[in-house]
Design a protein around this ligand. Structure first.
Ligand SMILES: Nc1ncnc2c1ncn2[C@@H]1O[C@H](COP(=O)(O)OP(=O)(O)OP(=O)(O)O)[C@@H](O)[C@H]1O
Length: 529
């Protein structure tokens, strides 16, 4: 079985003449012997990217998924390859509904009739990892049941082992190393293994749903947790119009401008407000609720792939985008160093010049034609030359951004992404840096500080004792200065506490503690020369 797979991969490489895509002359001698087998084969007529796509298709679901992921790495691969691989589709035959039932019953440990009032044996949809069936719950709710393809785990693990081996081999070739085969395969492995766990998908969907509770922008179907397992996911069935059905959307009188803008708003809200974004926004996963076509609401399904961002990354991303659109390349370069995205030793001016060289041609176009996603790709390409390790989350973000832009412009070609996003980002940055955020942080931390309040007199006593023992003047001055700031700080906290939380008793206690500290600190500082 193992050798059969090796033989098949080798044979398909030769059949699609992938050897012609490899710069043999650049390879070490020990590898060149592999090319000997190809010497007698006819020269291929179809272009290289298409042959690569056919190769992935012939190798089945895992390689197809891999090709789809490569197609999103436009920062690494030439556009003609990315475009061709983006055409890869999971044309996988569905598996029999009886097998789906067997997986469900084995996972949930109950007969299907006990689980559902009705279960449709004919699948609604079928993809490489899972298949979806319609069902009705016993209380009458319409549901869909997602079931992991039987035996897919084994196939995936075997193929992943293969890919890792091939990637390691490629990484030994200097020409191929810059394509980062090992990292790319590693990221792919993570994504794929995550997709195999439907409980993870259910948890993601629940979080996204919670983040948009009562929102008129996005709806996420409810997860029926009592019916979930690693291999089975049961959720509310939704009835929306696919975002792909432009004619149907228009015929229903949808406000297409608002629909496109809401898509952008949802994305930026997810990235900046929640730091949790749906990262698989292909049209098959996006529907529109047209209850009110003048206020169309999105419906998102399939939360198998999500992205999160660290707070600092959010901050630097927003600052970067704003700096970009102000064409302040020096600031962009500086932010990259400050955030640690590129090494601290990066020569700022050279980096700035390199960024300017790729960005200026983009900005020569009208603003509404500029692609954010493409801009990020260019930036990552430049930054790689300056040793930037692009984190997977940033790659996910850039990929999602490209999807959103694609969708948005398909819905409403005049969509000005920047005009839609800029006010949102500026507002976010202002809130983050401004008084409101400081106040909110204090408000969050205050219960903890107040919990410590009864200890204040003790600390106070200790402080006074220490001061009494304190040695020479200059040092004392520093200490009393710091005590004064300490008392000011505590007083300030007490003030905020009063404003935010105080009932009458707490207010008085805090006030007296605050005044006491201020008095003691003041008297102590007077006692010292
Ligand atoms: N809650 C739902 N209500 C109605 N239809 C649904 C629901 N969830 C999924 N579907 C249908 O099933 C299809 C496949 O679902 P989903 O995208 O979750 O599966 P998948 O195996 O991850 O597919 P892919 O990998 O192609 O995204 C959807 O395109 C949609 O038509």
């Amino acid at each position: 079985m193992y050798w059969l797979r090796i033989w098949r991969i080798g044979w398909l490489i030769l059949r699609y003449r992938l050897d012609t895509l490899i710069p043999w002359a650049a390879l070490p001698l020990w590898l060149r012997w592999l090319a000997i087998g190809a010497w007698f084969l006819p020269t291929p007529k179809t272009p290289g990217p298409m042959r690569l796509r056919l190769f992935f298709e012939a190798l089945g679901p895992v390689f197809i998924k891999f090709g789809q992921i490569l197609s999103t790495r436009r920062d690494l691969y030439p556009p003609e390859y990315a475009d061709e691989l983006a055409r890869l589709q999971d044309k996988v035959p569905s598996f029999p509904g009886t097998q789906a039932i067997a997986v469900i019953e084995a996972s949930l440990q109950k007969p299907i009739t006990e689980l559902f009032a009705d279960f449709s044996v004919e699948p609604l949809a079928s993809a490489s990892i899972a298949q979806v069936h319609a069902a009705t719950m016993h209380d009458g709710r319409a549901a869909v049941v997602k079931v992991i393809r039987p035996h897919i785990q084994k196939v995936i693990r075997k193929d992943l082992a293969w890919m890792r081996a091939l990637a390691k081999l490629l990484a030994r070739v200097p020409e191929a190393r810059r394509l980062r085969p090992v990292e790319v395969v590693h990221d792919f492995e993570q994504t794929l293994l995550d997709e195999l766990d439907l409980v993870r998908e259910a948890a993601n969907a629940t979080q996204l749903r919670d983040n948009f509770t009562d929102s008129d922008l996005l709806y996420v179907p409810e997860i029926y947790w009592d019916y979930c397992h690693r291999h089975v996911l049961v959720m509310e069935r939704i009835y929306g119009t696919s975002i792909d059905e432009i004619d149907a959307l228009k015929a229903a009188g949808t406000d297409m401008k608002m629909l496109a803008e809401r898509g952008v708003e949802i994305f930026f809200t997810q990235v900046f407000r929640d730091s949790f974004f749906h990262a698989d926004m292909h049209p098959g996963n996006v529907f529109v609720d047209l209850t009110d076509p003048k206020k169309p609401r999105y419906i998102g399904i399939d939360c198998g792939i999500v992205g999160t961002m660290a707070e600092e990354d959010q901050h630097y991303l927003a600052m970067n985008l704003l700096a970009f659109f102000n064409r302040d390349y020096h600031q962009v370069a500086r932010l990259h160093v400050e955030s640690g995205w590129v090494p601290a030793t990066t020569p700022i001016h050279q980096f700035e010049q390199a960024i300017r060289a790729v960005c200026e041609p983009i900005f020569a176009r009208p603003l509404k034609e500029i692609s954010f996603g493409l801009l990020l790709i260019r930036l990552f390409q430049v930054a790689r030359r300056f040793d930037m390790e692009v984190q997977p989350q940033l790659v996910l973000l850039q990929k999602t951004l490209l999807n959103i832009e694609g969708l948005g412009r398909q819905l409403y070609p005049e969509l000005d992404l920047w005009q839609t996003a800029k006010p949102y980002m500026e507002k976010w940055l202002k809130e983050r840096i401004g008084f409101k955020r400081t106040f909110n942080t204090l408000r969050q931390q205050l219960p903890f500080l107040l919990e410590q309040a009864p200890e204040f007199p003790y600390y106070l006593q200790q402080m006074v004792k220490q001061l009494a023992k304190a040695p020479p003047a200059p040092q004392v001055r520093v200490e009393s200065a710091s005590n004064r700031s300490m008392s000011a700080l505590i007083l300030a906290l007490a003030g905020v506490g009063l404003a935010v939380y105080g009932d009458q008793v707490a207010q008085h206690t805090l006030m007296y503690v605050g005044i006491g500290i201020a008095l003691v600190a003041g008297i102590t500082s007077l006692r010292r020369p």
